[in-house]
Design a protein around this ligand. Sequence first.
Ligand code: SF4
Ligand code: SF4
Length: 242
Amino acid sequence: MADLVNAQTHKKAECTCCGTCCRKGGPALHSPDAGLIEACILRAQDLCTFRAGELVRDEHLNRIVPLPGELVKIAAPFGARPDNWTCRFLTEKNLCFIHGKQPIECRAFYCEAPDALLALSGKDSLDRKALRVLLKAPAWWDELMDAHAERCGYDALTELAPRIADDADARRSFLEIVEYDRAFRELVVEKKAALPEELDFLLGRPLLRTVIMYGLDARPQPDGGIALVQTSRNVREEVKES
Ligand code: SF4
Ligand code: SF4
């Protein structure tokens, strides 16, 4: 949406307002975006955390890569399919709902001249704990993040995933992590520690959705358990080998 957000560096006519950039994912947040949180333009429920090890699209390399560290971005619409990355502020007419108040990445981006956005990559990123302070959320949210990360890190899942087809112990351990993640989220909501729509920020996206990166479909069962079904190629393994 360069014509909307980057008038200082590009002529308005250069952007066709196609909305493609906004459909590829919302912007990651950086220190200059702190004011958007303080002014309540962005709330916890508008944000989504991508934890270290998750797969994201690297526009510079034009391929999917595992994240070396945490990234917090503007989320897709609540309840969107896992493969829908569209920024929640993109309207049906390809306009930006927070026009004039967009994060710095949006203001820097123009698809025909991506250098300004690339220059921001990894610089002054706002992580969950910095955002938690800006959001004036309780300090014990940090403890919830740490407790969840200790049991639900992607390192362990990535090590186990290639072995679950032939190794019952690996399969059991993998499932235990996915089940722990689900139970942790349910407990946080039950104890009213956070709203359901704040969980993607507080704990990252649920493993029930993200294990698709391993070519697995995690399906909740009527008995309360989770069934793992191999659905397609292990994207995570392909990324490692590419
Ligand atoms: S910056 Fe490029 S991709 Fe984004 S809306 Fe404009 S023309 Fe489309
Ligand atoms: S905040 Fe606005 S300009 Fe930025 S990705 Fe979302 S809809 Fe596009």
